[in-house]
Design a protein around this ligand. Sequence first.
Ligand code: IPM
Ligand code: MN
Length: 360
Amino acid sequence: MKVTLLPGDGIGAEVLEAAMRVAEAVASKYGVSFETTEELIGGASLDAKGVPVTDEALQTCLDSDVTLLGAVGGPKWESVEHRLKPEAALLKLRKTLELFSNVRPAKVYAPLLGESSLKAERLDGADFVVMRELTGGIYFGEPRGLEDTRGFNTMVYETAEVERIARKAFEIARLRGKKVVSVDKANVLECSQLWRNTVTALGEKDYADVELSHMYVDNAAMQIVRDPRQFDVILTSNMFGDILSDIAGMITGSLGMLPSASLGEKHALYEPVHGSAPDIAGQGIANPVATIASIAMMFKYTLELVEAADLIEQAIEQALLDGYRTKDVYSEGKTLVGTNEMTDAIVERFEELHARKQSA
Ligand code: IPM
Ligand code: MN
C-alpha cells in the first residue's frame, strides 16, 4: 500500500513515527506492506518552500492510497497572511483529495474515566462518532473576503453534497447503534433547512431501518456534555462539526486520545484530532495514542481488516489498564511514560493479543 507521510509541525513528527512503528508491527501480521514517501506540510513547508503545501506534495498524496498526517501550525506562523497559514494547507489537502467525510469517534476509555472534567457516572459507556462534512459549507463558500470594515463568508450547501455525507453517516450507523442525530440550525439558516430536508428525505427513502432525529446545534452542544450516552452517530456540517468534535473530544479526558479519518470516494487521510502542541515538541513526551488509534481506523476503513483494527484498540486499552500514561493523562499512582515507551507498551500488547488470537 502506498502511504504518504506528512509529519508537519510541532509534535507531528514524533507521534507519526511512533504510530508507524505500530502500523508496521500490525501490517507484518496481516500480509500488508507499506511503501512510504514523506512530504512537508504546514509551517515546515512554508519555511522551506514558501507555501504551506506544494503542488508536488499534493500530487504525492493523490498518487498514494493513504495519507497520514501528524499536525500543523504553531505560534511562529500565526501572523502570516491567511492563504499562507499552515491551516490553509489542511484545507487544500481536504479539497484536493475530495475528503468530504470526516469521522471523529468519541469513545471513553474505561481506564481514563476519572480524567475527564465531566462526572465519570455520566460518561461510562459513552461511544459515538461525529460525522462532519469536510469540503463544503462556510469553510469553502464563495463569496468570501476581508475588506477595511467588513469581513464576510458564505454558508452554502448543494443537495448532492448533503446527500453524500448523509449516506456515509447512515451507513456507519448501520454498523453501530443504528441511530443518527442530524445537527443543524434550521430555525435560523436556510442552508440548514436544505440540510434538514435532504437528510430527512434520504432517510425515508433508503435508510428506514436507521432511527433519524434532528437537533439544533446549540442544543446538541449542551446535550453532548449533559448526557453523551444518548448519541450513536452525529451528522453535521463543516463548521458545526468542527466545534462539536472538540466538545466531544473533551468527554474522553484528553484530545491526545482522539483519532480521525477523512474519507472520500478515492482517497483517505488519517490524523489525530489534536494540534501540533509546540510547547512540548521535541521532548519525547507527546501522547501517541490519537495517532495510533488513527492507524487503527486506517486498518478498518481502508484495508478493511477489522480484526487488526480491533486488536490495536484493545492494545491501547490494555496499556492504559496496566497503568501506562503520558503526561497529559497522568494521575497519581500510574506509570508516567514518554512517547516511545507508550508506543512500546502498545506494540507489546498487540503482539500478545494477536498471538492469543492465533492460538485460539
Ligand atoms: C480541525 C481543525 C481545522 C479545522 C483547522 C486547523 C483548519 O480545527 O481539523 O478540526 O477547522 O477544520
Ligand atoms: Mn477543529
